[in-house]
Design a protein around this ligand. Structure first.
Ligand SMILES: Cc1ncc(COP(=O)(O)O)c(C=O)c1O
Length: 369
C-alpha cells in the first residue's frame, strides 16, 4: 500500500461542499482585495490564537519580511536566526540588507540553542528570530530573557507551529511579532500561498498594516516604503472553512505521532522525535534521526515501498552558496551539521489510516532487521 508523505485531497475533499460555497460567496461578493472575508478571517484566527492583532499576508515568507520592515531592520544590522531551518527566515533578513547571524540547534528538539543565541549577540544585533521547527516551540524563556535584558525585539517564526504551546502560551504570542504560513503542507494548509503576522503591540500592528499596503495612509500618500503583502479574500474564505476543524486535525497528528513512538521505540541507531513536557507539539513533521550514515539508505528503502519521506533540511543556512558572504561556512555548528546528515521526516498527516501507519512502521522495522 502506497503511503504518500502528504495527501491534501484526503483533507480537502471531505469539505468540498463548504469550499464551493465559500468560493461562490467570494465570487458573488465581487470583492477580491481585502473586505469582509479578510476582516472575518483575521478576527477568527486572532481569537483562535488569543492575540490582539492578526494580519493576513501573502505568505509566511512575507510575514517575516513585513515584521523585519516594521521593526526598521536595515543594512548594517545583524539578526540572529537558526542555521538548521527553512531558507525563508535567513532569506528575509538578507533582503532587508541586514546580515543573518546563524545559531546552532539543540539535538533533542531541532530548535535554536539559547546559549548560542546569547553568545552571538553583539551591539549590532537588532532582532532575534527563533523558529518553532516541525511543530514544537523553541526554548523561549532564556531567549526572551536575554532579548529583554539587551532590548532586542523577538520575531517568532511559527510557520510550522500554529496552535503549538510553550508553558501554556501560544506559539507566536511571546515575542514582539509571530509569523505563520498557510503553505498547503502546513497544518492549516491553504489553496496557494498565504500567511499571517500577529502581535499584541498596537503601534507595531499599525505600522505593519500600513507597510502591508505600500506604506500608504491615506491611499496614495506614502508614509513608508511598503509593498503589497496582502492575503487574498478567497484564501481567507477557504481557510475560514478549515479553521473550525483545526483542533481535530492536530489531535489526529498527535495520535499518529504517539503511535509511531510506541511502535518504533527501541530500535538501535534510530532516534525518535520528542515533545518536551512543557510544550504542546502539533507535529507538522515527525522527524527521525538515523545514526551511522543510514539515512539515505532508509529513504531509498521506503521509496521502494512507495512510502513518501523528505529530508528537512539537507543543507544548513551557513553552508548555502548565497550566504557565503556571511563568512560562517566553516564556523562550528556541530549539531546542525549532524542533523542535516541524519534527519528524515515520515508521513504524519491527520488522515493517515491505521494500515498506512503500520505500513510505515513495518518498512522501517524491516530496514533495521
Ligand atoms: C520555518 C519556516 N519559515 C518560513 C516559511 C515560509 O512560508 P511560506 O512558504 O508561506 O512563504 C516556511 C514554510 O515554507 C517555514 O517552514
Amino acid at each position: 500500500m502506497a503511503v504518500p508523505l502528504l495527501d491534501l485531497n484526503a483533507q480537502n475533499l471531505a469539505l468540498e461542499g463548504e469550499f464551493k460555497a465559500a468560493f461562490e460567496r467570494v465570487l458573488r461578493s465581487g470583492q477580491f482585495i481585502m473586505g469582509p472575508e479578510s476582516v472575518a478571517f483575521e478576527k477568527e484566527i486572532a481569537q483562535f490564537i488569543g492575540v490582539k492583532h492578526a494580519l493576513g499576508v501573502s505568505s509566511g515568507t512575507d510575514a517575516i519580511l513585513l515584521a523585519l520592515m516594521a521593526l526598521g531592520i536595515k543594512a548594517g544590522d545583524e539578526v540572529i536566526c537558526p542555521t538548521f531551518t527553512f531558507f525563508a527566515t535567513a532569506g528575509c533578513v538578507a533582503r532587508t540588507g541586514a546580515t543573518p547571524v546563524f545559531v546552532d540547534s539543540l539535538e533533542d528538539s531541532f530548535n535554536v540553542d539559547p546559549a548560542d543565541v546569547a553568545r552571538k549577540i553583539t551591539s549590532k544585533t537588532k532582532a532575534i528570530i527563533p523558529v518553532h521547527l516541525f511543530g514544537q516551540v523553541a526554548e523561549m524563556d532564556p531567549i526572551l530573557e536575554v532579548a529583554k535584558e539587551k532590548g532586542i525585539p523577538v520575531i517568532e517564526d511559527a510557520a510550522q507551529s500554529l496552535g503549538a504551546t510553550y508553558k501554556g502560551k501560544q506559539a507566536g504570542t511571546m515575542g514582539d511579532f509571530g509569523t505563520f504560513s498557510f503553505f498547503p503542507s502546513k497544518n492549516l494548509g491553504g489553496f496557494g500561498d498565504s500567511g499571517l503576522l500577529i502581535t499584541n503591540d498596537d503601534a507595531l500592528a499599525e505600522r505593519a498594516t500600513l507597510l502591508r499596503t505600500h506604506g500608504s495612509k491615506p491611499k496614495y500618500y506614502h508614509k513608508f516604503v511598503g509593498a503589497n503583502f496582502r492575503m487574498d479574500p478567497l484564501q481567507c474564505a477557504m481557510l475560514r472553512v478549515k479553521l473550525p476543524h483545526y483542533n481535530s486535525y492536530t489531535k489526529r497528528r498527535q495520535k499518529n505521532a504517539a503511535y509511531y513512538t510506541e511502535k518504533l521505540s527501541g530500535i538501535k541507531g534510530l532516534v525518535l522525535p520528542k515533545a518536551a513536557p512543557d510544550r504542546g507539539h502539533i507535529w507538522n513533521q515527525y522527524t527521525l534521526r538515523l545514526q551511522n550514515g543510514k539515512r539515505d539508505a532508509l529513504k531509498d528503502h521506503l521509496a521502494a515501498k512507495k512510502i513518501g519521506t523528505e529530508i528537512y533540511y539537507p543543507v544548513p543556512m551557513h553552508q548555502q552558496e548565497c550566504f557565503e558572504y556571511v563568512g560562517a561556512k566553516n564556523a562550528p555548528f556541530p549539531v546542525a551539521n549532524q542533523l542535516a546528515q541524519e534527519v528524515l521526516s515520515i508521513p504524519i498527516f491527520p488522515e493517515l489510516k491505521r494500515e498506512q501507519l503500520d505500513e510505515v512502521v513495518a518498512g522501517i522495522r524491516e530496514f533495521f532487521a
